[in-house]
Design a protein around this ligand. Structure first.
Ligand code: PLP
Length: 491
């Protein structure tokens, strides 16, 4: 191995940290339920809601925190959430049915994303708030409400392509939402359908980490609210979507060092740090670095509730007063739709080590009972080390293979591309068959968003765990109900 190991240690908070210390318990779960296995921690999602709520309180804002369901299919997490004062953002017929079945009433549900007629009908039938993606959806929803004689449906108008005069910040193009430029026409349509659709407010969701872009969008929404009021409507809510982010790594220095070394590797100034010299978006052209790093910023000092706080404290680009103050003065409700951020520290994914071998070039290859789609950290660009959980009774840590090693992690599909990560992963020692590798903090998008049943492999199981007295208890995710599991209490 060349140089010191380039670790990317995961950031662990309670109760996830203490779960990871219970290696024997986690081994028992995998023995019983198979590898891979996802474990969720419902108590933590309730705590995360509270952290978002405290930011609302700091800015004296009312409104709702909608969990973006698409980030995890888990029933346990959604049912636990139903016990808090949070709401839920559903993006499919199945998610809407799931939310209703978990105990969310229509006043705590918003339907977003592209909608098929069945999804639209059930949303309208239950009178959940519908976030309207564009003029076509507005027309089809109005027609559906009329055709079935349904009561008026509350709607949010999702907007996009915001601009601020005099300032160069523009929000990026999006497939979703109506362009701000077409707002007058959209409002004409809303006025035409005022008997069947009631505008509750406006919305945006931008997939960016840029506070400037989001501030521009939020200010654009405030202008759109004014425009609605001038037309005689009484909108109440501004929905600023999700994208608050998660800080995955424990140490900023490790992240800085890793990304620096990666650029050196791409330029050929050090041995590769990835299989096949993959550069995660970077490449060398005639000795110069090109491209851009296409990775999640795994170390994010300002993330989740802290990011919301920073956005609300920021002056509006043109109005030049804090965005939170502008919302408060207008008595608007703030809606947020965090997905990843509400799932921070809410789970982990386990894989059993099946085989360790050397490739022809002598690199150690560790094959896991898991595929890249079972833990889609790589697909989402999140680089973070797994934690090695030795099997009990394994030989002590001496002799060959007892020091740090750089390995490649292969999945169990019969496919060259099935690498858990293309990165060389540094571990404190060489894993052995029977050990577990634990990927921490995978509840946001990395458990089931990409999952397939390729090669007729059964999908990974998911279990919910909670602490009772001094020990951990578990049940199948679908069997979890908060009233029968301690740690749950009404908000
Ligand atoms: C995906 C999505 C979210 C959640 O995004 P995160 O980055 O997980 O917070 C919120 N709102 C909408 C409309 C989305 O599509």
């Amino acid at each position: 191995m060349d140089g010191a190991p380039l670790y990317l240690e995961p950031r662990l908070e309670q109760p996830l940290a203490s779960l990871l210390e219970s290696a024997a318990f986690l081994h028992t779960l995998v023995d019983a339920l198979g590898s891979p296995l996802h474990v969720v921690l419902p108590e933590r999602i309730a705590e995360n809601v509270e952290r978002f709520r405290s930011v609302y309180r700091r800015h004296s804002l009312a409104g709702q925190v909608f969990f973006a369901h698409k980030a995890n299919r888990s029933s346990a997490l959604v049912r636990r959430l139903a016990m808090t004062d949070a709401a839920i953002d559903v993006a499919s017929l199945g998610e809407l049915q799931h939310a209703l079945g978990a105990g969310f009433g229509p006043e705590r549900i918003v339907a977003t994303g592209p909608k098929d007629p069945e999804f639209q009908w059930l949303a309208a039938r239950c009178r959940v708030t519908v976030s309207i993606d564009g003029p076509e959806e507005l027309e089809s929803l109005a027609a559906l409400v009329r055709a079935h004689g349904l009561p008026p449906v509350p709607v949010l108008l999702r907007l996009s392509e915001f601009e601020t005069s005099g300032v160069t910040v523009r929000s990026r193009q999006s497939r979703f939402g109506s362009s701000m430029r077409s707002l007058p026409r959209l409002l004409d349509a809303v006025a035409r359908h005022r008997d069947v659709l009631g505008p509750a407010g406006v919305a945006y969701h931008l997939d960016t980490t840029s506070l400037d872009e989001k501030a521009t969008a939020l200010e654009g929404c405030l202008r759109a609210m004014d425009a609605l009021r001038r037309r005689g409507f009484t909108p109440r809510a501004v929905d600023i979507g999700g994208g608050f982010g998660v800080n995955y790594l424990a140490h900023e220095a490790e992240w800085d060092r890793y990304t620096t070394e990666l650029t050196h590797a791409v330029l050929g100034r050090r041995p590769p740090l990835t299989r096949g010299g993959h550069g995660y978006g970077l490449r060398a052209e005639g000795g110069t670095l090109r491209g851009a790093l296409s990775l999640y910023p795994a170390h994010r000092p300002v993330a989740g509730p802290g990011y919301l706080d920073a956005l609300l404290s920021r002056p509006a680009p043109a109005l030049n007063r804090p965005l939170g103050t502008l919302l408060l003065e207008n008595l608007y409700d703030l809606y947020t739709e965090p997905g990843r951020a509400l799932l921070d520290q809410c789970g982990l994914s386990l894989a059993k080590v099946l085989e360790v071998r050397r490739t022809d070039r002598g690199d150690p290859l560790v094959r896991l009972a898991m595929t890249a789609d079972d833990v889609s950290l790589e697909e989402h660009g999140v680089l973070m080390d797994p934690v090695l959980l030795a099997r009990e009774g394994a030989p002590s840590e001496t002799g060959e293979g007892s020091g740090p090693v750089g390995v490649h992690l292969a999945g169990s599909l019969c496919l060259e591309a099935d690498l858990i990560t293309r990165r060389t992963v540094f571990l404190p020692r060489m894993p052995r068959p029977g050990d577990l590798l634990c990927f921490a903090n995978t509840a946001g998008y990395c458990m089931d968003f990409q999952a397939t049943q390729a090669q007729r492999r059964p999908a990974a199981r998911k279990v919910a765990v909670h602490r009772e007295g001094g020990s951990w208890r578990w049940c199948l995710d679908e069997r979890y109900w908060p009233i029968t599991h301690p740690g749950g209490h009404e908000a």
